[in-house]
Design a binder for this molecule. Structure first.
Ligand code: F6R
Length: 253
């Protein structure tokens, strides 16, 4: 099947991130002019780091303010408290929040230390917080080598909401170097579900490098299946794949 989802290929991830940051910046400024907040869905991992660097540059050099921005991150590892250097709370503060003027009360991530009995209520509260913020205006995604978006590993249904999941062995292997060993990588996480993600009004999936080429091809040209969560994006009316040349290198068109 040939993808109908828009795909934009850039010669470098720096150029790609400039493009995405410009779209986000325009959205924030337009909504601010109308007196409206902007709700961003954010990802962690290596992929969005150059995007966050460009957003920080826009804040410092071009006056882009995040005072009117609310954020919801996709996921958090279970078992890590906020201060753990590999928690996504730490990641987001290190790579974005500490460098812009976002209000701490507008930052949301699932908790990594919620007790097992409280997880369903915690996940429902996350869904409720997204809904009461007005839903996600712009969702940033990376893609895992398992095809996951958020941590929706193979087998997760398209309508899943925020929930606890077991991390796929491939995902844990990919995380092992930053944790200093596979045995230190958590086995579970809380993630927005595919259904939560697909409710966003605009979605940009970013992928760089040849390591992502085969899963990007599967997501865009293979069947739409819960074996590759990113393939569900082809059913979204306003999702775009933003790729560098290497990540796009296996696509047939
Ligand atoms: C991160 C997330 C994951 C990553 C994906 C790609 O919050 O939910 O889906 O986007 O695992 O990770 P990197 O960018 O490190 O290749």
């Amino acid at each position: 099947m040939i993808a109908t989802t828009p795909v934009i290929v850039f010669s470098s991830c720096t150029d790609a991130c400039r493009h995405v940051a410009a779209e986000i910046s325009q959205l924030i400024r337009e909504r601010e002019t109308l007196g409206l907040p902007t709700v961003l869905g954010l990802a962690t991992g290596g992929t969005p780091i150059p995007l966050y660097q460009e957003l920080i540059r826009l804040h410092r050099e071009e006056g882009l303010s995040f005072r009117n921005v609310t954020t919801f991150n996709l996921d958090e590892y279970l078992g890590l408290d906020r201060d753990h250097p590999e928690s996504y709370w730490s990641f987001m503060h290190r790579n974005l929040f500490d460098h812009v003027d976002i209000l701490p009360s507008n930052v949301h991530l699932p908790s990594g230390i919620v007790s097992p009995s409280e997880i369903p209520a915690h996940c429902q509260a996350y869904e409720d917080a997204i809904a009461s913020a007005g839903g996600i205006d712009f969702q940033i995604l990376g893609i895992g080598r398992t095809g996951h978006i958020g941590f929706n590993e193979p087998g997760t249904p398209a309508d899943a909401r925020t929930q606890k999941i077991h991390l796929d062995p491939i995902t844990r292997q990919d995380a092992a170097p930053s944790f200093g060993g596979l045995d230190k990588v958590p086995t579970e996480a809380i993630t927005m579900g595919c259904g939560t993600i697909l409710d966003a009004r605009r979605i940009a999936l970013l992928a760089w490098g040849d390591k992502k080429a085969s899963i990007v091809k599967a997501a865009l040209e293979g069947p739409i299946t819960n074996e590759v969560s990113a393939s569900f994006l082809r059913n979204h009316p306003n999702a775009t794949f933003i790729l560098d040349a290497e990540a796009a290198s296996s696509l047939s068109q």
